[in-house]
Design a binder for this molecule. Structure first.
Ligand code: ASP
Ligand code: MG
Length: 420
């Protein structure tokens, strides 16, 4: 049993959906659970619908949603012939669910509406692709993952109830795989015990794939991506980035944690726990080996660079010289949690505490305001955070030579600097 995950870029056009069909055709004799994201930039487009809706701009929300509907109907029309009408009917049911909500007035919190609206992206993409595969003779069964992945109601960052979900996997997914080689479902979304939709955090489809792999004791997971390999740096930022053919769980979880756009950081734990290897492969050319991630030690890794832009540094001091670690830091972490903020780097001193975070303007403003009630607060914006694993002194110096280093943290393996 294998798990395949296709991200948004791998299903963002008619050609790519057809290409997905070719890939699956090749593996047709195997048992596969296929996890799919929303098409292309649909999630971003749905976020705009949410934004308009919660700002009481109903007409704008509806017209933005109309564009998303038309895009999906057009794609379905291009890829489907005999099965178009049955697919259209299913798509329209999902459209209605969202529109029904958009006609109401927002009375609950933003994150709740976010999940109810944004989840439709995955439901639409999988409906079209499942129908397409069946139409070209690749028999598969579509599953609503919200019947399987049970979560808490921490909307936009929901946590999975493992026990309940495992039970649903046994009850619902295993029988499907006994009946048919291919089960196809959505990444990124789940549902609460009250049947409200939830999402697992942006880019969370990788995580869904790992959860299924874990619960089904899969042989391996393949993440089909628009890159040939995992690289040691983002090629858009570093023109000397090089491919890595092999990584282990430890290295990958560190890279993802520091912000490398390799894979969702939560993906590794479910795989590591069951020792399931993961392949990252290029959907345009499946014959390429890609990158394999497993438990074995990997030697001679190149330096790995992660550069996060648009960072903000918040420095706090106690007002009366009491130790900051006694109460204030705990209080700050409560604020982080309430605002769904996760510091990328922290440093604690006697009476001061520094943290570096992604710059979310509204949240950072709230954080600074609330913290200033009990601490002196200093905010510095427009920074970048550079992390290098397996660093060399020369390369580090050449990367930072024209910059001011505001903060530096270093272990034998990893160096991190905040740069202005
Ligand atoms: N569609 C979601 C996103 O764009 C989940 C994913 O792609 O993994 O964040
Ligand atoms: Mg994606």
């Amino acid at each position: 049993m294998k798990v395949f995950k296709f991200g948004g870029a791998s299903v963002n056009s008619v050609e790519r959906i057809v290409n997905l069909g070719h890939i699956i055709k090749f593996w047709e004799q195997e048992k596969i659970v296929i996890i799919i994201s929303a098409m292309g930039k649909t999630t971003n487009a749905l976020e705009k619908v949410v934004e308009a809706f919660v700002s009481d701009k109903k007409d704008e929300a509806l017209s933005l949603f109309e564009q998303i509907k038309q895009q999906h109907l057009t794609t379905a029309k291009y890829v489907l012939v005999t099965h178009y009408l049955s697919c259209e009917k299913k798509l329209k049911d999902f459209f209605t669910e969202v529109e029904w909500l958009l006609y109401d007035k927002p009375v609950r919190e933003y994150d709740y509406y976010y999940d109810q609206i944004v989840c439709v992206g995955e439901l639409l993409s999988t409906t079209i692709i499942s129908t397409y595969l069946n139409e070209i003779g690749i028999k598969n069964i579509w599953m609503d993952v919200r019947d399987i992945i049970r979560t808490d109601d921490d909307f936009r960052d929901a946590d999975i109830d493992w026990e309940f979900t495992q039970q649903k996997v046994n009850e619902l997914v295993i029988p499907i795989l006994n009946e048919c080689n291919i089960a196809l479902t959505q990444g990124f979304i789940g549902a609460t015990d009250e049947n409200e939709s939830t999402t697992l955090g942006r880019e969370g489809s990788d995580y869904t794939a790992a959860v299924f792999a874990n619960m089904l004791d899969a042989e391996n997971v393949t993440i089909w991506k628009d890159v040939e390999n995992v690289m040691n740096a983002d090629p858009k930022q570093f023109n000397d980035a090089i491919p890595i053919s092999e990584l282990n769980y430890r290295e990958t979880i560190e890279m993802a944690y520091y912000g490398a756009q390799v894979i969702h950081p939560k993906t590794i734990k479910p795989l590591q726990n069951k020792d399931i290897p993961m392949y990252v492969k290029y959907f345009i050319d499946p014959s390429l080996p890609g990158t394999v991630i497993h438990h074995n030690p990997v030697h001679n890794l190149p330096p790995i660079y992660v550069l996060k832009e648009n960072q903000v540094m918040i420095k706090v001091n106690t007002k009366d010289f009491s130790f900051v670690g006694d109460h204030e830091v705990r209080h700050l972490y409560q604020l982080f949690e309430a605002l769904h903020l996760k510091p990328n780097l922290t440093q604690i001193g006697a009476i001061s505490f520094v943290c570096v975070l992604d710059y979310w303007p509204e949240k950072i403003e709230k954080l600074a305001l609330q913290a200033s009630e009990f601490l002196d607060v200093e905010v510095t914006k427009d920074l970048s955070l550079l992390t290098i694993r397996h660093y060399s002194k020369e390369k580090f110096e050449s990367l930072t030579k024209d910059k001011t280093i505001l903060l530096r943290q270093q272990t034998t393996e990893t160096i991190q600097v905040v740069l202005k």
